[in-house]
Design a protein around this ligand. Structure first.
Ligand SMILES: [Zn+2]
Length: 610
């Protein structure tokens, strides 16, 4: 069905932005930024070109923790006029509404401002927190943190193009989610252009001692010089990945696809900033075993960045499709058996999350209701793995060719637009479900979207490769020695080792852990996923040989997905609170606010009373 047969998408009101239903919107940003590593602030001038300025007498921007120094309006010829503006009350999560009066003839609004040293999107790293000898700055704007470094209409349903001029110390390189330089220049001034419209959460900036290595004519990797050779080797398949993705769901629409490897404090695995995915160095496993994360961020170039969740309640539309797409890319590159392992691990994570959230929790629905809450709370495996499980179940009902044709058409039809759950369901019914009576009931669509837990018809993924792991687990359970039945570390992929570790009983003794460690070398693994699965056992059993490795990991790595379960496991040990707090006190400056926001709540004062 062509888009013209659909009702025009009326954006739902976004509970996390004051930009709201007005037809007067931003359409283009001219940004000037000066980066000050001494005061940990950005000084900026944001000039927003508007659509339909004549249809309203005022416009609203989201700001948080910003000092607004001046606001003027510009007419079509660029002449500036003073205007009235007002900052609303401060909300801890949402920040403030900046209300700007629009005199007749206004074409643009120019806001002069400064960020706060505590701006939540910005992480300022001292040289000793990097792999090199220079300071580093990076942003993380998703979900609603762009407003802490740029006054903006901070709703994923609102898109704009941008250009920027960024001034940095002359020996550092600046990069954005835009056309990027590949070399240092002598002035420290860099110009950027983003010709494709993006939502504010995809605004991104990184500044540091960065070098570039090309991987193909349109792909490459940026990293600190010490990290660059390892990163170049790890991501050798990048062009193949882009080609595989294009074969599945149509052309890559953003021209270049580069990666930026950040210092370890980056709070996420990756962030799909357009043209320049930000990735954690924890995926530099040395054997390309964790590059499914790159396939995930690449897949976002279609699901998320081209077709974007209209509000954070619709986050599953970004992530569910992306996980499904990511595994299809991995299958294309490494075969069905490899992708099946990822599917089984994802399914295990989903069941774990449902148990944690509670099987009847509304937070286990695909369509969320995050009004009045921090949208970060919707960032659970539900959006990712339950969303993917729904698509897998649909695939099992209609076959791959039909699902692939549907997804490709969906991405094409709604490119550079927002999508909410209601409109998606309308499209899904019109394209796939309604023409085949009974299909919607067999899919159990309502139970997936607005029901708790996992519907009974969910596909249960299985993995042939994990069969050998499960045999090993059964023999270990009978008391056989690890040395006689486990292969050498290199004979299994990290996924097989992680599956083994997940399958081991929680009651292992120190002696049993020692025997496993001697064969598989878990404590000294360079693979972050293996370490995570291993530490859950070693902490429970107070296995001393791994204690130093746990502490080193917590001090070094800022990825929230790892930190939260590790600190939780530490808290459950004897004297765990004191130890966790001592490590946290030291490590906290290495973590981004996205991680400390969660960990402060976990390790904060109220715990001391228990
Ligand atoms: Zn994602």
């Amino acid at each position: 069905m062509s888009q013209s047969k659909l009702p025009a998408l009326i954006l739902p009101i976004d509970p996390h932005s004051c930009a709201g239903g007005s037809p007067t919107r931003v359409r283009h940003l001219q940004l000037e930024l000066a980066v000050d590593f001494t005061s940990h602030t950005l000084s900026g001038i944001a000039t927003w070109q508007l659509v339909n300025p004549e249809s309203a007498t005022e416009i609203f921007f989201d700001v948080r923790d910003l000092t607004v120094e001046a606001v003027v309006t510009l007419d079509a010829a660029g002449a500036a006029s003073e205007t009235r503006y007002h900052l609303g009350p401060v909300h801890a999560v949402l920040g403030q509404a900046l209300q700007v009066a629009l005199p007749y003839g206004t074409a643009a609004v120019r806001i002069t401002y400064r960020t706060s040293p505590t701006a939540a999107a910005l992480q300022w790293l001292a040289p000793d927190q990097t792999a090199g000898t220079e300071p580093f700055l990076f942003t993380q704007s998703q979900a609603i943190l762009a407003r802490t470094w740029v006054p903006c209409q901070d709703s994923p349903g609102i898109r704009f193009t941008y250009e920027a001029t960024v001034r940095v110390p002359a020996h550092l390189l600046a990069l954005m989610s835009a056309e990027n330089p590949q070399h240092l220049n002598s002035t420290g001034e860099y110009r950027f252009r983003m010709a494709q419209p993006i939502p504010s959460y995809l605004l991104a900036l990184a500044v540091g001692d960065l070098a570039f290595a090309p991987l193909s004519h349109r792909t490459g990797v940026y990293a600190e010089p010490a990290t660059l050779p390892g990163a170049t080797a790890e991501f050798g398949d990048l062009e193949q990945m882009v080609k595989a993705a294009e074969q599945l769901y149509g052309p890559y629409r953003w021209e270049r696809y580069d990666l930026l490897v950040l210092p370890p404090s980056f709070p996420f695995g990756g962030m799909e900033n357009p043209r320049l995915t930000f990735v954690t160095p924890t995926i530099l496993a040395g054997d390309r075993s964790l590059t499914s994360l790159v396939a995930h961020e690449l897949a976002h170039s279609w699901s998320g960045n081209l077709v974007t969740n209209a509000t954070w309640n619709d986050f599953w539309l970004n992530e569910g499709f992306t996980v499904y797409f990511e595994r299809r890319i991995m299958e294309h590159l490494y075969g069905r058996e490899y992708a099946d392992m990822l599917q089984v691990l994802g399914n295990a994570a989903l069941h774990h999350t449902i148990t944690e959230l509670g099987a009847t929790s509304p937070d286990t629905h695909l369509r969320l209701d995050l009004a009045g809450r921090d949208p970060d709370e919707g960032l659970t495996e539900i959006a990712y793995e339950k969303g993917c499980a729904m698509l897998l179940t649909l695939e099992s009902l209609i076959g791959r060719p039909r699902l692939d044709a549907f997804i490709k058409e969906y991405f094409t039809c709604f490119s550079f637009q927002a999508m909410d759950t209601a409109t998606f369901l309308h499209y899904l019914r019109a394209e796939l479900l309604d023409p085949e009576p009974g299909l919607e009931a067999r899919l159990n669509l309502a139970a997936w979207v607005d029901g708790p837990g996992l519907p009974a018809n969910a596909m249960v993924p299985s993995s042939a490769l994990f069969g050998a792991v499960e045999q090993a687990l059964a023999r270990l359970a009978k008391g056989e020695a690890p040395a006689t039945l486990l292969p050498r570390p290199a004979d299994w992929s990290s996924h097989e080792w992680v599956h083994l570790l997940h399958g081991l009983p929680a009651s292992l003794t120190v002696a049993q852990l020692g025997a496993l460690d001697a064969v598989a070398g878990f404590t000294n693994s360079g693979n972050a996923e293996i370490l995570m699965a291993w530490f859950s056992h070693t902490l429970r059993a107070s296995y001393q040989p791994a204690e130093a490795a746990v502490e080193k990991f917590l001090r070094h790595v800022g990825r929230r997905k790892f930190l939260v379960p590790l600190y939780r496991a530490l808290l459950a040990t004897p004297n765990g609170l004191a130890r966790a707090r001592a490590i946290y006190a030291e490590a906290r400056p290495n973590y981004h606010s996205v991680a400390t926001g969660t960990l402060d709540a976990l390790l904060g004062e109220p715990l001391a009373q228990h």
